[in-house]
Design a protein around this ligand. Structure first.
Ligand code: SF4
Ligand code: SF4
Length: 248
């Protein structure tokens, strides 16, 4: 009886998570199509709204709206047809590499190096938007953007993880979030499936609450968790005093 109750609970959990992922994909495709038909200026205010929402609900922009994030996911799905397993950055390296996008943003902002070398091509997010709307983009920038999409076949969201200056804005804003992913530490069986599912390489299995500037609210960790109710998205207390890019 207990077993069948649990099976039922698990089935409901899986169904709900599937719907969330389908819904997320639908929203992503709608925003991508809007960009393709030239409505990018119309959706700009929506992006500001997403930034404001990040302070309370976390970063929904990167996982649900960003057209280049969507493109990387599409390439990731194509890659899964060739090779199911995705390459993961070793945890020790990830700890340091997650700062690369901040370093890049500082370099571009301060123009220290940018005064001598044009680094704008590294911003594949911008290149993608320009390429769709203006069409006159440097070949080198397109090559860099294309490289990120090729890498995305085998490595989830390479640009979002280590380079995106847009993601910083939403990620840092999300540090004050009152709603986030929570883990029931007593019910967790430490299978670490959540870590494998996370496209942003967050060690979910080590967090009580995900308070990581990399989190994009994709909910793939909840979908992957084999124990219903261990991971959930909900209200949490005020953040402890940590840096925005703290590991947990
Ligand atoms: S997938 Fe669920 S049960 Fe497994 S480690 Fe993560 S939170 Fe724990
Ligand atoms: S922690 Fe969960 S919701 Fe956040 S990015 Fe990773 S898989 Fe997505």
């Amino acid at each position: 009886m207990v077993n069948s109750d649990y099976k039922l609970k698990m089935q409901e959990h899986n169904k709900k998570q599937r719907y969330i992922q389908w819904g997320r994909m639908l929203v992503q495709v709608i925003f991508l199509l809007m960009l393709f038909i030239g409505l990018n200026k119309t959706v700009k205010p929506v992006f500001v709204l997403f930034l404001l929402l990040s302070f309370v609900f976390g970063n929904y922009f990167c996982g649900w709206v960003c057209p280049f994030g969507t493109m990387q996911e599409i390439f990731g799905k194509i890659g899964s047809l060739i090779y199911k397993k995705k390459i993961k950055m070793p945890r020790g390296l990830q700890r340091y590499l997650q700062f690369s996008r901040y370093i890049l943003a500082i370099i571009v902002l301060t123009q220290v190096i940018a005064a001598f070398v044009d680094l704008s091509g590294l911003n594949a997010y911008r290149t993608f938007n320009q390429w769709i709307n203006e069409k006159n983009v440097q070949i080198l920038s397109i090559a860099i953007m294309g490289s990120f999409l090729i890498i995305a076949l085998f490595f989830e969201r390479p640009f979002c993880n280590y380079f995106c200056p847009e993601g910083i804005r939403y990620g840092v804003a999300s540090f004050t979030r009152f709603f986030t992913i929570k883990r029931d530490v007593n019910a967790c069986i430490q299978c670490k499936k959540c870590n494998k599912a996370c496209p942003m390489n967050i060690e979910v299995s080590a967090c009580e609450q995900v308070r990581n500037a990399q989190c994009i609210n994709c909910f793939k960790c909840i979908e992957a968790c084999p124990v219903a109710g261990v991971l959930s998205y909900g209200k949490v207390g005020l953040p402890k005093v940590n840096l925005p890019f703290h590991k947990k």
